[in-house]
Write a protein that binds this ligand. Structure first.
Ligand code: 5GP
Length: 186
């Protein structure tokens, strides 16, 4: 992969910083109302969900706990999901009897979430719901019930606000699409 150049490599901004901020505030308010008085644990799936998790938890006004998992669903500088899910980092505390909300960056084929939901259900939470910032329904292979959705986006490989291409571009404050020649150079 060639050396990334943020300004030169982005072809189009799909979701600007202020649109993301407004949506996260809206989701935070809804979640604060829906989970009031409940023992809520936000489970974020690293690394792509980190900015969303950090912003969403601060948009929530109710007491909550967080935990982090890391799974890998595709390898390196590729834009295809392999369907292979590996747990690289597990939960650090029990979620038994807790109300769990999975905080995801993007649902594409649904394979990663499908695996994760079954894995977490096995740990006997009181409830288990899904909040995803981005939903890319065009390539869905497994049906996933999405309880909270930020944006539905077209079938394009996006980067920024946590999402990477070859581990780069995660720190872009907006969500965008790279120029074809950047992906081609992978
Ligand atoms: P799924 O298992 O639903 O196909 O894919 C989920 C994971 O694949 C996401 O958490 C993300 O890591 C990766 N992914 C899917 N679509 C995109 C995309 O458009 N951009 C980036 N950067 N990653 C994606």
């Amino acid at each position: 992969m060639r050396t990334p150049n943020h300004a030169a490599d982005v072809a189009e901004v799909l979701l600007a910083e202020d649109a993301i901020r407004a949506k996260v505030a809206e989701l935070g308010a809804r979640l604060s109302a829906d989970y009031a008085g409940k023992p809520l644990v936000l489970v974020s799936v690293m690394k792509g969900s980190l900015p969303f998790m950090a912003d969403l938890m601060r948009a929530m006004t109710i007491p909550l706990q967080i935990d982090l998992m890391e799974v890998s669903s595709y390898g390196g500088a590729t834009t295809e999901t392999s369907g292979l899910v590996r747990i690289l980092k597990d939960l650090s505390a029990s979620i038994e009897g807790k109300d769990v909300l999975i905080v995801e960056d993007i649902i594409d084929t649904g394979l990663t979430l499908n695996y994760l939901v079954r894995y977490l259900r096995g740990k006997n939470p009181a409830s288990l719901r899904i909040c995803t910032l981005l939903d890319k329904p065009a390539r869905r292979i497994v049906e996933i019930p999405i309880d909270y959705r930020g944006f539905q986006i077209p079938d394009r490989f996006v980067v920024g606000y946590g999402l990477d291409y070859g581990e780069h571009y995660r720190n872009l404050p907006y969500i965008g699409v790279l120029k074809p020649e950047v992906y081609g150079a992978g």
